[in-house]
Design a protein around this ligand. Structure first.
Ligand code: NAP
Length: 306
């Protein structure tokens, strides 16, 4: 056991996956949970929490590790509520997809003697809520931590041990660098997927039934990303504004270059560009971050799935 008592604030995809993984590995003595709605709390109690409470303040009482697993925009209010109820020496971490905004919102509410180590598991699905979690979500995925120079090394080592025993690999980096990296690998790709699905939705020359019928040609993969939780993604774009706008600007420039190459019939340019992008895909497979199976290893649905 790594932490005798863990409090999960927010009981959706990430928190429920953590709870399942901690239970599978015997990593926590007791898992206490709190989420906004009574319905979510009841499901969590049934599926993965030893105990749920009626307030966040109550949930963190005597907890050795507190995990903030709510949308980024809700972190500050939760921190304000729990600050005075934290056990001295406890570690507080979060799983938010943006780090600078979370540090700004949370750190001022935490008392001295509590270790705040912001984090971000680079794993997820397009599903949300307390029923969507599973123990292997973090398996072989990266989990980024953004400790500061004053972070207690022992508290950091303990949190790292928990994460590694849940199956993930840990990297540490500074907060600003984190926000730029995730803008490239996650936030802007989501913005593009949302936009492409929006374009198809507005295309009246292509009927809705054709968009769906022929979706396996590429569109389907955009729709999976664009089905991600609206609250979470609203908060991501509102709070990682600078990095996202920087990368979106670069994206728009690249798109214009591509557009021009197509207009001018510059086949050499297109071929060289697509050769470079294909190498990036190969690198992702070699790094174990996806499978090389065609169609992302997905079976063709039979229509009989549950
Ligand atoms: P989720 O499945 O939508 O769950 C969010 C949870 O937060 C729900 O239990 C919700 O309670 C609770 N909540 C929302 N506002 C609250 C408040 N004011 N007070 C208390 N509880 C509140 O979300 P998730 O996917 O687990 O994401 C959680 C965090 O992880 C987010 O910060 C997100 O950026 C980050 N993250 C997500 C992914 C991903 O792919 N999904 C990946 C990495 C990191 P109710 O159910 O009662 O509404």
């Amino acid at each position: 056991m790594i932490y005798p008592r863990v409090a999960l604030i927010g009981l959706g995809l990430i928190a429920s996956s953590m709870a399942h993984a901690m239970r599978a590995g015997g990593l926590a003595g007791e898992i206490v949970g709190y989420a906004k709605s009574a319905e979510t709390r009841a499901i969590a109690k049934e599926l993965f929490c030893d105990r749920v409470t009626d307030s966040a303040a109550e949930a963190v009482k005597d907890a050795d590790l507190v995990v903030l697993a709510v949308p980024v925009g809700a972190m500050g209010a939760i921190a304000a509520e729990i600050g005075l109820h934290l056990k001295p020496g406890a570690t507080v971490t979060d799983v938010g997809s943006v780090k600078q905004a979370v540090v700004d919102a949370v750190a001022p509410h935490l008392p001295a003697g509590v270790h705040f180590i912001p984090g971000h598991p680079m794993a997820g699905t397009e599903y949300s809520g307390p029923r969507s979690g599973f123990a292997t979500l973090f398996q072989n995925r990266w989990w980024l931590l953004t400790p500061s120079e004053s972070t207690d090394p022992q508290a950091l080592a303990r949190l790292r041990q928990l994460i590694e025993q849940m199956g993930a690999k840990v990297d540490t980096m500074d907060v600003a660098h984190h926000d730029l990296v995730v803008a490239v690998v996650s936030h802007v790709p989501h913005a593009i997927a949302y936009t492409m699905v929006g374009v198809a939705d507005h295309m009246r020359r292509v009927s809705q039934s054709e968009v769906i019928k022929y979706s396996a040609a590429g569109f389907r993969d955009f729709t999976r990303i664009a089905a991600s939780d609206p609250t979470m993604w609203r908060d991501v774009f509102l709070t990682n504004k600078d990095a996202v706008l920087d990368i979106l600007g670069r994206f728009a420039e690249e798109l214009f270059v591509l557009q021009r190459a197509i207009r001018m019939g510059d086949g050499d340019h297109l071929h060289a560009y697509f050769t470079r992008t294909r190498a990036i895909r190969r690198g992702i497979i070699e790094a174990g971050q996806d499978t090389a199976a065609p169609d992302f290893g997905r079976a063709v649905p039979t229509g009989k799935e549950g």
